[in-house]
Ligand binder design. Structure first.
Ligand SMILES: Nc1ncnc2c1ncn2[C@@H]1O[C@H](COP(=O)(O)OP(=O)(O)OP(=O)(O)O)[C@@H](O)[C@H]1O
Ligand SMILES: [Mg+2]
Length: 368
């Protein structure tokens, strides 16, 4: 599979279908999250009593389709990394279900974590953390395949091929140690390490965020090429909206542990419906004079996730908040005429009683 460049989309679909691990065929969900929650206890004092919970991820339902790049965006602390770790089962959910290509992920009755991780891998922001400082990088890349039963010689040969594929000549780099590489090179090694078990899904949590802009662009290009060559599905987590727009097919916007809006890149960019999404987009420095804004789009820091606001969590920063926003959690509403664009805002729900239902209120109109 490695090294083959598909010529057409149909060709690619044929190869996804031919993957023996594929269950439902292309165009089907790869990963379904159903109402996933994870609250971290906060402990204090000598008795180590639990005095509260950080609601890091609070009822996320999300579908990742086969072969897509799903971008996840949101302010620092909104739960993006916790969500990534939940997908990888590095963190166990308190409640909720996860289904991977038709199988319930569950160590007792379903797809085990171990088998899940053969199909799903993660690349983190910190390029040092996943690399063993005392191991030459080819050994690090070969490690997981050897644990999964490959012979040493096969695993090393595959590691060298992967190094070439991520743009690091094996002849030059295979025996180097992590400290002998630049940040961009180390991130290429991390990508090779993730790909060594031949996964179907790669979760990239701020994977390019620590890189210089020019190096970042090269690594993004590499990720796009590998995704096409290896028929991968990506969940691409980043606080950088421009990068997410560049790489993603679809975007999920997170706020305080919840998804507030999902849609294709164009739907989110051209028609952001949640006031938080509008504010996020307005905060991107733009070269387009029509989109340039002098006003601060949202005020204040996000509320404390230990004690989040009732109802809609954005209401304390939203200029359109009304009583219904305080009383009820807004359900996700799929916009008419779209199968993918869903918004959790009372202004989109005719039954909510919000005075601005159907007015397509824009946050920029009230802040300028
Ligand atoms: N292991 C943990 N124990 C307690 N609280 C945690 C733990 N991990 C994360 N949190 C809290 O959960 C919330 C979400 O954190 P998370 O790291 O998922 O956010 P993020 O969106 O990835 O932020 P950033 O953009 O800064 O990386 C934060 O308030 C964080 O302090
Ligand atoms: Mg994070």
């Amino acid at each position: 599979m490695i090294g083959q460049v598909p010529t057409t989309g149909a060709d690619r679909m044929q190869r996804i279908l031919a993957d023996a691990r594929d269950r439902g065929g292309p165009g089907q969900p790869m990963l379904i999250l159903k109402d996933i929650k994870r609250h971290f206890p906060i402990r204090k004092g000598v008795m180590n009593r639990t005095v509260g919970h950080v609601q890091a991820v609070d009822g996320v339902s999300l579908t990742v389709m086969k072969g897509e790049i799903l971008g996840v965006v949101g302010e620092s602390g909104c739960g993006k990394s916790t969500l990534s770790r939940l997908m990888m089962r590095l963190v166990e959910p308190d409640t909720g279900e996860m289904i991977f290509d038709g199988d319930l992920v569950d160590d007792k009755v379903g797809l085990t974590t171990r088998r899940l991780r053969r199909q799903m891998q993660m690349v983190f922001q910190d390029s040092f953390s996943s690399l063993n400082p005392r191991m030459p990088i080819e050994e690090t890349i070969a490690f997981a395949p050897m644990m999964n039963g490959s012979s040493r010689s096969d695993a090393i040969a595959a590691a060298r091929a992967l190094l070439d594929q991520v743009g690091l000549s094996a002849a030059m780099f295979a025996r180097r140690y992590p400290h002998e590489l630049s940040g961009g090179q180390r991130q290429r090694v991390n990508i090779a390490r993730a790909l060594a078990v031949n996964p179907r899904v790669v979760i990239l949590d701020e994977a390019v965020s620590a890189l210089d802009k020019s190096v970042e662009a090269q690594v993004l290009q590499l990720l796009i090429r590998l995704q096409e060559e290896m028929d991968l599905t990506y969940v691409f987590v980043s606080h950088d909206l421009n990068v997410v727009r560049y790489i993603s097919d679809r975007i999920a916007v997170m706020y305080l542990g919840r998804i507030v809006e999902t849609g294709s890149v164009d739907e989110i960019w051209d028609n952001p419906r949640h006031p938080y999404t509008q504010a996020l987009l307005a905060s991107i420095p733009s070269l387009d004079p029509d989109r340039r804004t002098m006003a601060a789009p949202i005020y204040g820091d996000p509320p404390n996730p230990i004690n989040p606001p009732s109802g809609c969590r954005f209401r304390t920063r939203c200029p359109f908040a009304e009583t219904c926003c305080e009383m009820h959690d807004p359900a996700a509403v799929t916009l008419p005429g779209s199968s993918a664009h869903a918004v959790s805002c009372h202004m989109e729900n005719e039954a909510s009683g919000h005075s601005r239902v159907g007015t397509n209120a824009r946050i920029a109109e009230v802040t300028q």
